[in-house]
Design a protein around this ligand. Structure first.
Ligand code: PBG
Length: 322
């Protein structure tokens, strides 16, 4: 037999051949675009740490959402910056809070776009932690009713999906009970099940003004060294009623995405977080990398690892050039 017997290059010779044997497909229908809602009117301000993304007031967010919908993107994930913060994050669960208003505005403008809300107190608390603080530590069980209240107020405003990102133990169960009791048994929960205490959230904390005022989040978010613990977190959330489970961040945790995909029968989401986005943008601004190709390669890798849905700040750029 002549050497080499196998020549994988044969199937790489033309784009049509390559397309036919391509193993991973990714379209805008798999992507969720995060939006940051701020108080006021007519506000559309670029976020310095997230170039190409904007702080938007309620009136502007509806317009942005319509554009996102027209690009064929699956949905949006809403974060809010309140008028004022307090120790218990009251504006987070107020029926006239910015996110609740934004949900109503988007739902009245968009027919198909999936509206997902982030359920967490950190943008709304004066101390910047994801739960109620007593004696310098975040109190798990005292936080649960507030998260449940927040999720319910989002559902009441018209959110299609609620996504708790706080990492308190038992919050998926608490939210499921509150939704069921409130008449929202059909509202799914996308839980940030394996959320790591990550340096990759840096640009987001500036965008959401949610950096903790003391300490850090390592007492509730996961240790980046652990993967077995991620499976335990996912199992608990699934047992409590999570409909979809998320791994966050994505790029440094592709092995975790793969493990979750293989061991559970729930759809898997992955959050391509702010720091991952900012690195690409910063390098591209210096002319060091080809932004478009790099973005596609990154999103493809997350999908290849097993993500059904990717939350990403690149969504609009991806869809624009697809
Ligand atoms: C809130 C929350 C964070 C992110 C999403 N929801 C920040 C954090 O936990 O500090 C990060 C998103 C990103 O970096 O893009 N708990």
């Amino acid at each position: 037999m002549s050497f080499p017997a196998e020549r994988p290059r044969r199937l790489r010779r033309t784009e049509r051949l390559r397309a036919a044997v391509r193993e991973t497909r990714l379209g805008p229908e798999n992507l969720i675009y995060p939006l940051f809602v701020v108080p006021g009117e007519g506000v559309r301000r670029e976020i310095p740490s997230l170039p190409g993304c904007f702080h938007l007031s309620v009136d502007e967010v509806a317009r942005e959402a319509r554009d996102v919908e027209s690009q064929g993107i699956m949905g949006v994930l809403l974060f809010g910056l309140p008028v004022g913060k307090d120790p218990v994050g009251s504006e987070g669960y107020a029926d006239d809070g910015v996110v609740q208003q934004a949900v109503r505005a988007i739902r009245s403008e968009c027919r198909d776009l999936v509206v997902v809300t982030d359920v967490c107190l950190c943008e709304y608390t004066s101390h910047g932690h994801c739960g109620v603080v007593e004696a310098g530590t975040v109190q798990n069980d005292e936080t649960l009713p507030l998260l449940a209240r927040m999720a319910l107020s989002h559902a009441r405003a018209g959110a299609h999906v609620v996504a708790p990102s706080d990492m308190m133990d038992g919050r998926v169960g608490a939210i499921r009970s509150a939704l069921d009791a409130g008449g929202f048994a059909e509202t799914p929960i996308l839980s940030y099940a394996a959320k790591y205490a990550s340096a990759f959230y840096g640009p987001f904390r500036e965008a959401a003004d949610s950096a903790p005022q003391f300490g850090d989040r390592r007492g509730y978010q996961m240790d980046p060294a652990n993967v077995r613990e991620a499976l335990r977190e996912v199992r608990l959330d699934v047992e409590e009623g999570a409909d979809m489970v998320m791994v966050k961040p994505a790029l440094a945790y592709l092995d975790v995405i793969r493990a979750v995909k293989e061991q559970f029968d729930r759809p898997v989401a992955a959050y391509n977080v702010s720091g991952e986005y900012a690195m690409v943008k910063a390098a591209a601004a210096r002319g060091w990398v080809d932004e478009d190709r790099m973005m596609r390669e990154i999103l493809t890798s997350i999908r290849r690892a097993g993500a059904d849905v990717i939350l990403t700040y690149h969504a609009r750029d991806f869809a624009r050039r697809s």
